[in-house]
Design a protein around this ligand. Structure first.
Ligand code: AMP
Length: 173
């Protein structure tokens, strides 16, 4: 397995969830043992030399990869969830979607001042989601050491929006 043949495990689904969007479906990669292991190993590799306290995963596809990275790095896992799902006291941040607005939430005690985290999601598009999660972590006093994505849609320039943070992605379009 190498980075070039990892690409064949990402499937394009045109017009999902709505017309004009080409959805990058990662389930072919997830169901293949060697591809899944290789992808997780590569995503963790960039952070092995750093002391990571927590891996922050973004609902919902970010939840698939982030606990694996947490395990590999000897870190904890923290979920960032969509509005109304977390049970305990929480902090929220709103972000703009293509149509309208949404918000993401994190437990108040999930990250403490000085905690070093990385943020993980399946895919970087415009960077709006990741930017909102960075704000959440920083509001709680955490330090974002970097962000890891399986897929990056480079033409949407999410990397520019997140330019103050190290971004690692495995498969770029
Ligand atoms: P953005 O905030 O624009 O960077 O969008 C990133 C979020 O939307 C991630 O959580 C992705 O899972 C999802 N997403 C955006 N565009 C796509 C796409 N073309 N295929 C699959 N997921 C996408």
């Amino acid at each position: 397995m190498n980075l070039e043949n990892l690409r064949q495990f990402i499937r394009d689904i045109p017009d999902f969830p709505k017309k004009g969007i080409i959805f990058k479906d990662i389930t072919p990669l997830l169901k293949n043992g060697p591809a899944l292991r290789f992808a997780c190993d590569q995503m963790a590799e960039n952070f092995k030399t750093k002391k990571i306290d927590q891996v922050v995963g973004i609902e919902s596809r970010g939840f698939i990869l982030s606990p694996v990275l947490a395990y590999q790095l000897g870190a904890g896992f923290v979920p960032v969830r969509k509005k109304g799902k977390l049970p305990a006291a929480k902090e929220a941040v709103s972000y703009v979607l293509e149509y309208g607005e949404d918000s993401l939430e994190m437990h108040l005690d999930a990250v403490r001042a000085g905690t070093q985290v990385i943020i993980v999601d399946d895919l970087l598009a415009t960077g709006g989601t990741a930017e909102a999660v960075i704000q959440l972590v920083e509001k709680l006093g955490g330090t974002v050491l970097g962000l890891a994505f399986l897929v990056e849609l480079t033409f949407l320039k999410g990397r520019e929006r997140l330019k103050n943070y190290p971004i690692h992605s495995l498969i770029r379009y």
